[in-house]
Design a protein around this ligand. Sequence first.
Ligand code: CU
Length: 497
Amino acid sequence: MPNFGFSRRNFLKTTGAAAGGLLLGETLACREQRASEAASPAGGPADYDLVIALKPVELAPQRIISTTTYNGQFPGPLLRFKEGQPVTVDIHNQTDTPEQLHWHGQFVSTDVDGAAEEGTPFIPPHGSRRITFAPKPSGYRFYHTHVHAGASLVAGQYTGLVGPIYIEPKENPGNYDREVFLTLKEFEPTYSRGGDMAMDFLSPATTVKELKDAGEDAMKASLAKGMPHGFEVGYGSFTINGRMLGHGEPVRVKEGERVLFHILNGSATEIRSIALPGHSFTVVALDGNAIPKPVSVPGLWLGTAERISAIVEMNHPGVWIMGDTADDDRQHGMGVVVEYAGQKGKPQWIAPKPFRWNYAQFGNPDAASGAPDQIFDMTFAKQNAADGGFNRWTINRVAFSEGRMQPMFRVSEGKRYRLHMRNASDDIHPIHLHRHSFELTRVAGQQTSGVIKDVVMVGGYQEVEVDFHANNPGLTLFHCHQQLHMDFGFMSLFEYV
Ligand SMILES: [Cu+2]
């Protein structure tokens, strides 16, 4: 992806050149104002400028949408940081509403993290905010907006406010010829009364009877009262790197190359699967963290906000579609063409055999994790259509809201905590912990260790256990990353005491 070749030094120049053509509505005055802000005497220019503004984005010829973006492009520019080397970022908000920019997967302070619930100040409308931090840990991270969208489908992550980050490690973990960054994202959201979300791909498939009974009883009781199903969100267009299948630059490869794909699910609400006919993926990192040993799989599944780094050996020449295994989503754009040098013709799709996704296959099957100092039990539940037609979500019977923001869990610095998560709903929840990462210790009954992540999908009526070290003091947000779930209660706070 030559257009993603930013380095820290040439970033400002490059963005100017690359994004200049996209800044259609920008006036000269506006540009001068930005230049003077960037050169503000308080510390001189920043290392990076990110401009939040409503812009046109061309998903395909004659298919131009209007959405909020970073620097007039989707995805936002790839930021390449060096682990531990401080950076200054000026975030400019050219919209009419307050914004938050969240540094997903990084161990930053609450002042920088980008979550109002933790106390990060908003970037005011038509204002700016300067932050400085030392990026860490190394690996594939991303940045995205972190505001409450609620019933609005033009706010939060329904917009184009998503961009990839790569924090250079001290040493390169893999042996590969080329890196390709792919951000998966849907646009043109609309409400629906039922989802078609894939449900049966997680392994093990073990469910817990008690959770299933509780969830099904609650649903039956709601429907018996005449309630409809709560709102879900569907989309009109599907893209990889902001282009619908067939309308972006192909990924150009040569036979024999090893290509390292960094894939981000930038969706507000959807789970995605990715396959490339005739090829397999050797997964080397999950959420940017190296796994104990590389594992070859026929395809990938990613919950909202999950990242997978995987090497594909280019050993099957042709012109292929790398895309979502859901035919409808792929046909509406969720794919990218992979073209071998010297090959021509219509891109081919061949459906893979169904494959299941088991996080534990990436871990150590025998080595147990260290024992936790304390275990927190958490039960997730759905109140069907209970909040103005939207499902309300609870953690241990409490729905988070602006009026109920007091921390639910208390931790002490230096201790190890286990989250025993129990899902009493039939939905899959991609669960995220801010400013920390966690180790998977048990997935639907299967023990594992050594898989370090910051988002994990908890399957319908399943249990997942993760451990984290309380090593980054300050309020810490914990939530489902599905925008419609987090906005309707599925959040809570940890506090250090
Ligand atoms: Cu959820």
